[in-house]
Design a protein around this ligand. Structure first.
Ligand SMILES: [Ca+2]
Length: 404
């Protein structure tokens, strides 16, 4: 076994970041812009050595956390972070309907007609609000957002000129909403189409209803044109649906071999990590995890038309998974009630048992990889369900040791 550790430079950098943020109380942190939101501070960011440094031995069989460092603190109910090519991060704040740009030491709210429209339209009750974000891969000045509005959940598109958002245009509207189970993650797949994770809107039978957008993963055209939101070519049913039978999906990612994975909240007995295949039925509300499956059903199997998860957590207090990231090291899962970052190995196409590699950040909402391959997480302790600590909520860089 060969250890593929981060370079000495990376380790030194992580230590420097950690000591710097520890030494810099919020009120004395530099603020680069006059409209930087008080209370939100951004720590040292900038170019960072990759966590997936060349020379990593794959498959990765052991992952440990070498260190963590705050990139931004003082966030209010953050839900998603996406990284722009310039290294800055856009972070959605669920309840305010606000998007912040974290860039070096500054945390600047986006402004303009789009920002005003999001803040006024957002219907943030329970788990609903401004949720997922995605930048168009071919043009990072085009931003997609998933939000709960009066008329349901919707995906909208805006253009981004500096920190100014244009008026939103609907991409997908009419996704059933509820106080809970709103899905909300959006992500571009390696095929260039936009995948949209929805929830069952607390109406479980909608997950099996082919005519409803609830309890689905959708796959739609999103290229910044008038075609946005139309069914992507090759979809299994000729409409926007890619997979169904989901209770509440909030994590979407692709492994380096193209395998699509999604996290899913269970009712109370079993949370799920699923491999997503087009047209597959993931079983809700007929089954939850492997519970209800015929005796002997294996993880990842498809039996009697239902596809079962490749990994489970029992009971749901062990995880309650939201965002996920996938790298050559496997899958990283942000766990809310489980108050952890879980890692699921992926070796020769086989997923391992979930393992908590971070358990001291409280609730974790998102796991994201930046343009250099470095893993980041968003904490989720300020939305009323957690116990906020100093600096919460935070965008945290996670440096990993990988062994294979
Ligand atoms: Ca299922």
């Amino acid at each position: 076994m060969r250890a593929a550790r981060l370079s000495a430079l990376a380790a030194a950098s992580a230590l420097a970041l950690a000591s710097c943020s520890a030494d810099a109380p919020a009120e004395s942190s530099p603020t680069a812009t006059s409209d930087t939101q008080p209370g939100v501070t951004a720590g040292p960011g900038g170019a960072a050595p990759s966590a997936s440094a060349p020379g990593v031995t794959t498959p990765v069989t052991t992952v440990t956390v070498a260190g963590t460092s705050d990139i931004a603190t003082g966030l209010a109910a953050p839900w998603e972070a996406v990284f722009a090519p310039d290294g800055s991060a856009l972070v959605s704040e669920r309840d305010a309907g606000r998007i912040l740009r974290i860039d070096g030491d500054s945390a600047t709210p986006l402004e303009g007609p789009g920002a005003e429209a999001l803040a006024s339209a957002v219907d943030a009750t329970g788990e609903a609000g401004l949720l997922g974000l995605a930048l168009l891969p071919d043009d990072p000045n085009v931003l997609y957002a998933y939000l709960t509005r009066g008329d349901g959940n919707a995906v909208v598109r805006m253009s981004l000129d500096g920190d100014t958002l244009s008026e939103p245009v609907d991409v997908v509207a009419g996704i059933p909403k509820a106080r809970n189970h709103d899905g909300g993650r959006i992500a571009f797949g390696p095929d260039g189409f936009l995948y949209v994770a929805t929830g069952d809107a607390a109406q479980p039978d909608l997950a099996q209803d082919q005519g409803s957008l609830a309890g689905k993963i959708l796959r739609v055209v999103a290229d910044g044109s008038d075609s946005d939101g139309s069914a992507a070519p090759g979809n299994p049913f000729g409409d926007g649906v890619w997979s169904y039978g989901h209770r509440n999906v909030q994590g979407l990612a692709w492994l380096p071999d193209g395998t699509m994975v999604a996290s899913e909240f269970g009712q109370s007995d079993a949370d799920e990590l699923n491999v997503i295949e087009p047209g597959a039925n993931y079983g809700w509300p007929v089954v939850e995890g492997l519970i209800g499956a015929p005796d002997g059903t294996a993880l990842g199997a498809t039996v009697d038309g239902l596809t079962y998860p490749v990994a489970e957590w029992r009971p749901t207090s062990a995880s309650s998974p939201s965002g996920i990231a996938a790298t050559e090291a496997g899958v990283f899962v942000a766990s809310l009630r489980g108050e952890a970052l879980h890692w699921v190995s992926y070796v020769d196409g086989v997923f391992g048992e979930p393992e908590a590699i971070i358990d001291d950040l409280g609730r974790v909402r998102a796991a994201v990889v930046d343009g250099d391959g470095a893993l980041h997480v968003l904490t989720n302790n300020t939305d009323g369900r957690g116990s906020p600590g100093d600096g919460d909520d935070r965008l945290v860089r996670v440096d990993l040791d990988l062994e294979g």
